[in-house]
Design a binder for this molecule. Structure first.
Ligand code: PLP
Length: 452
């Protein structure tokens, strides 16, 4: 009997999706999304609105005085958790040289690797959801005065109160770090269910913060399922559900309007004549999905969002291309979900994100581990920016877009427009990686490039 994948035989999937064989061979590829729609048409179908992002931005502003007080690294920004946007002309030159092609436009890196508190993009969504939960609990219990500044969250009586409440999460590492550090700071009892991919230093760091780390021999989806099951039915417990949390999604979405402010300050124009390309490393999809949603509300059709995934874990690409989202996993197609990009080692994408964002993403491309290490080594040499393997996934993006003439023609992305384009690679994490581990990553990349 033929085994069925979401109701269809493998043979039928291969017939309907010619790209599938390349994915199964775990070779690098790019996929343009045929379901892309104009933003005006697709945004209402997302089911979340600009008012929802406003609400999230307001909440982060309310908590800023508290964050500035308890996390010294956020003091200089007044408690706003934000990262620099930097031009990387030397990296652009290296990439062009390595690809043997011209890379018109201007290349920038969004340094979420340098985000305070937890050093990755998860400091956006993860911390936001913990704060939202804490605020709701404190308000319901009448423990805070909403007219007073939120430094009151640091009061011992609040910490005692939160100490009776639990927060749990399943993670490949970085989400656990964000939820764990923020939750423990507020006084919550936090459990982090770590997948087998999680780096040992991430677990050790959490334990130092008093967080309970539960190690699973299984992958990310199973760690999430275990965490969800453990908390189900406990009214004192809140599970941060990375596979379907609107709160996480909105926390990420706030990044887009901050980026718009940075672009304006840097005098970078974004409109139909000056297209913006943003390359976002994708695991389960919440981070890149939330940021892309925010970007579409700000820039509409002028922004082109591309998701980058490991060749061994192309879960969002598979979910979107099959149209079956979380009904399919990479393992269903014999793809092993084994990659050095621990933050992206996810076999089944978020259906919540895939279904909402399926008409707003220009496409996905896959990157193999060697390319990740080569790219992070190039970024180190050319710009002295150090990122973890997952965070390097977006770097091949501009070359992929430039190689796809049919895609560009279809969207009216002419040569003169491409010459005026802005490319932003979202460098999603890295500043917390221990120095010796980072040195090994860079050495591995240098060796692959033939320089070490
Ligand atoms: C989690 C993570 C991502 C992807 O975010 P998802 O919400 O899982 O798609 C990308 N880069 C790094 C470094 C991450 O930790």
């Amino acid at each position: 009997m033929t085994r069925l994948i979401a109701g269809k035989s493998l043979h039928a999937w291969q017939r309907d999706l010619p790209l599938l064989r390349t994915l199964q061979d775990m070779k690098e590829t790019s996929w343009f999304n045929p379901a892309l729609q104009p933003a005006a048409q697709a945004l209402p179908a997302v089911g979340l609105t600009v008012a929802d992002i406003d609400d999230a931005a307001d909440r982060l502003r309310r908590f800023a005085p508290y964050l500035a007080q308890v996390f010294a690294t956020t003091r200089a920004s007044g408690g706003i958790i934000e990262s620099p946007l930097v031009a990387v002309p030397a990296m652009q030159g290296l990439l062009a040289q390595a690809q043997g092609l011209d890379l018109p436009g201007q290349l920038w890196v969004k340094r979420d690797s340098a985000l305070p508190i937890s050093g990755s993009i998860k400091a956006r969504g993860g911390i936001y959801e913990v704060l939202q939960h804490a605020e709701a609990l404190a308000l319901a219990a009448g423990l805070i005065d909403p007219n007073e500044d939120y430094r009151q969250f640091a009061a011992p009586r609040l910490r005692t109160f939160f100490g009776r409440h639990k927060i749990a999460v399943g993670s490949t590492g970085n989400l656990g770090l964000s939820i764990g550090i923020m939750g423990a700071q507020l006084g919550f009892e936090v459990s982090v269910h770590m997948s087998s991919d999680a780096r040992p230093w991430k677990k050790e760091r959490l334990r130092r913060h008093g967080v309970r780390v539960v190690e699973h021999a299984s992958d990310y989806s199973a760690a999430v399922a275990r965490g969800r099951a453990e908390t189900a039915g406990d009214p004192m417990s809140h599970f941060v559900d990375d596979e379907k949390s609107p709160s996480l999604f909105l926390g990420y979405a706030v990044a887009a309007r901050r980026l718009a402010g940075q672009l304006q300050a840097l005098d970078v124009r974004v409109d139909a004549e000056h297209p913006l390309f943003v390359y976002l490393p994708c695991g389960v999809g919440g981070g890149p999905g939330g940021v892309a949603f925010g970007l579409k509300t700000v820039f509409g059709d002028a922004v082109h969002c591309w998701f980058a995934e490991p060749t061994h874990a192309p879960c969002m690409l598979l979910g979107l291309a099959t149209g079956r989202h979380d009904d399919v996993s990479v393992q269903d197609f014999g793809i092993d979900n084994r990659t050095a990009a621990d933050g992206l080692a996810v076999g089944r994408a978020s259906g919540f994100v895939g279904r909402r964002m399926q008409h707003l993403i220009d496409g996905c491309f896959t990157v193999d581990d060697d390319t990740l290490f080569r790219s992070l080594s190039m970024l180190h040499d050319s710009e002295a920016i150090d990122v973890e393997p997952s965070a390097a996934a977006g770097l091949p993006g501009p070359a992929r877009v430039l190689a796809d003439a049919a895609y560009r023609q279809g969207l009216g992305l002419s040569d003169p427009r491409m010459a005026r384009a802005t490319h932003i690679v979202w460098a999603t994490g890295g500043s917390m990686v221990p120095a010796e581990e980072m040195a090994r990553y860079i050495d591995r990349g240098a060796a692959l490039r033939g320089g070490g």
